[in-house]
Design a protein. Sequence first.
Length: 304
Amino acid sequence: MLFDSLSGRHFLVAVAIILSSVALSTQPVFSQGEEETEESHQDVMEGQNPFQELLNSLNWTKGPNRVPIELIATLDLPEGLRSIASADTQKLQKFVGNNTSEAELLTVAPEVWGDWFILFSWDDCGYVKDEDRDELDGDTLLKSMRENQEADNKRRKAAGLPTLTIDSWAVPPRYNEKSNHLEWATRLKTDSGEAVINYQTRVLGRNGVMSVILVCPTEELGALSQRTNELLKSFSYSSGEKYAEYKKGDKVAQYTLAGLVTGGGIAVLAKAGLLQKFWKVLIIPILAAGAFLKRIFGGKAKSK
């Protein structure tokens, strides 16, 4: 949600909605331009900060370390970064008001909490064929994404949530055939006029797709997207899960690369009459964190 109240303090949040293909998750950072309230200031002075308490309660794994992403994949965590597994990832998301499902598997963040993180979520949609890899037309895909967002805004209005507008590409869709990575980034605006950028990567596998979402301030996108790409060089699917291990008879997704970008799974579920049931896993809220926590922690939060 955009305006959230947690323990008497108001967080001004920029919420970026990403329409993914058929399943994936949620995540947070906090936005710019928020006024610190007298009540929240008093809580900090008294050492009562629920967010810090939550961070300290989570079971962090610090790098350098090789961390499992369930039984699906592994990731080499470098020094300076830390991670939490699925249960704690979902706990963190629920705390900041995000919708969650069992799809959220891993969160990677700086060892000292800052203003960015990376969320890994799993979609067991099946093998996504990349036959349309040379047909990813940015203008056409952006038009489709805007249409999907307009449809979702009706649902958001009915639920009393703020609407979102997809402005333009920050990074047009591109596919690396060697690594089977699909990436893109969109600029979005909230109904209050705040700009948000979401950097998305989909790592194709034999039985589904790993969603990797970088949540960060817009001014840090360049450096942090490079850091994310470096981190993903160590991502490895487990034996039997690799894209190249596909065999005839395996489950095949009902959409291709373009569907991953535009939210093609929505059309599939709508036709099956299941959209209402599954909208929470189709639509991924990403919260961007801002001035309030920066004032509390000086831009950082003490690690566990």
